[in-house]
Design a protein around this ligand. Structure first.
Ligand code: NAP
Length: 312
């Protein structure tokens, strides 16, 4: 590491003051939002619309099975209908596209989710493009991705949406702040950057080929980490008083679930931090429910206005 940079890191970390770190309770925040969603679901049912989510799974990836089970359970908890479709890993793209075409037309399905990853012979691009933009509750359709650029997304992708809600709940101001995002995937890092840029943050995205990650992370007032690498972010890489959101989920050889940051090392140095588990994770599923209920609500509003649904 160049001497000047090393000196800068040392000066920023040498006289370390201890501060109180607020551990953001994602589980409690998610539970409160789910309480509101349950009320909205009941309201929609009273108005004659029972919100429904269709989940498609292809193959038998064990992690996918757990994620899908959690999503279906979450639907049941808020009184939402869910429909699960399972395909063998040998299923053809045509079969999946045919199901999606059918779900697009159904009045009782307001959200369609295809659990990723898909087997390699199935094109993720084709499958995502086939989902009606009106029902794209994961927010992965190119229309919704394009909307992120212009600030007109109908369904914000669930994980970054969950992070935004955590920041809002904790009253962590974003406008004018330096936000550094570690991870540039299509489902987390890039949409996260666009959503925070939309809220007037100054955003920097880092990825695996970023040289000297610390020179960027040290500038962050808000640091969002979504790389999938345990202990990637050490205390000396973070500015005192920053808010740190850990999206990463990693299973260690001993079975323990951890994020991407040195959680214990950062306690007492940063203003806010999310734990893993219990931070961003519960918010992701919650925002999926929020998007599905939002889709059903739009349908109701359009019906009341006598328009083709939805009008955007
Ligand atoms: P991904 O598609 O594998 O992307 C990882 C990103 O991190 C890539 O952009 C990669 O850079 C970057 N990266 C990898 N190593 C890095 C390093 N040493 N320094 C800087 N950047 C690095 O993963 P993902 O789907 O975005 O998920 C990221 C993590 O979040 C995973 O642990 C995943 O399990 C977790 N996750 C959690 C939730 C939740 O609800 N809590 C939801 C989704 C994902 P390149 O682009 O250069 O390869």
């Amino acid at each position: 590491m160049p001497e000047v940079r090393r000196a800068r890191i040392e000066s920023l970390t040498a006289c370390r003051e201890v501060m109180e770190t607020k551990i953001i309770d994602g589980k409690a925040i998610a539970a409160a939002i789910r309480g509101d969603i349950a009320l909205q679901v009941q309201g929609l049912k009273n108005a004659g619309i029972a919100p429904g989510l269709a989940v498609i799974v292809v193959g038998n990836d064990p992690a996918s099975a757990i994620y899908v089970r959690n999503k279906l359970r979450a639907c049941a908890e808020v009184g939402m209908r869910s429909f699960k479709y399972e395909f063998a890993s040998t299923a053809t793209e045509k079969e999946i596209l045919a199901l999606i075409a059918d779900l697009n037309m159904r009045d009782d399905v307001h959200g369609i989710l295809i659990q990723l990853p898909l087997p390699p012979h199935i094109s993720v691009r084709h499958v995502l493009a086939a989902i009606s933009v009106d029902k794209d509750v994961d927010g992965f359709h190119l229309y919704n991705v394009g909307g992120l650029i212009t600030g007109h997304t109908v369904f914000p992708p669930c994980t970054p949406y969950g992070v935004v809600k955590l920041l809002e709940h904790e009253k962590i101001a974003v406008e004018g702040k330096n936000v550094v995002i570690v991870g540039a995937s299509n489902i987390v890092g890039k949409p996260m950057a666009l959503m925070l840029m939309q809220r007037d943050a100054t955003v920097c995205i880092c990825h695996a080929k970023t040289r000297d990650l610390a020179q960027f992370t040290l500038l962050a007032d808000i640091l969002v980490v979504a790389a999938g690498k345990p202990n990637l972010i050490l205390p000396q890489m973070v500015k005192t008083g920053a808010a740190v959101i850990d999206v990463g989920i990693n299973r260690l050889p001993n079975g323990k679930l951890v994020g991407d940051i040195d959680f214990n090392g950062l306690l007492g140095k940063v203003s806010h931090i999310t734990p893993v588990p219990g931070g961003v994770g519960p918010m992701t599923v919650t925002m999926l429910l929020a998007n599905t209920v939002g889709s059903a609500s739009r349908l109701l509003s359009s019906a009341k206005a006598g328009q083709e649904a939805p009008a955007y």
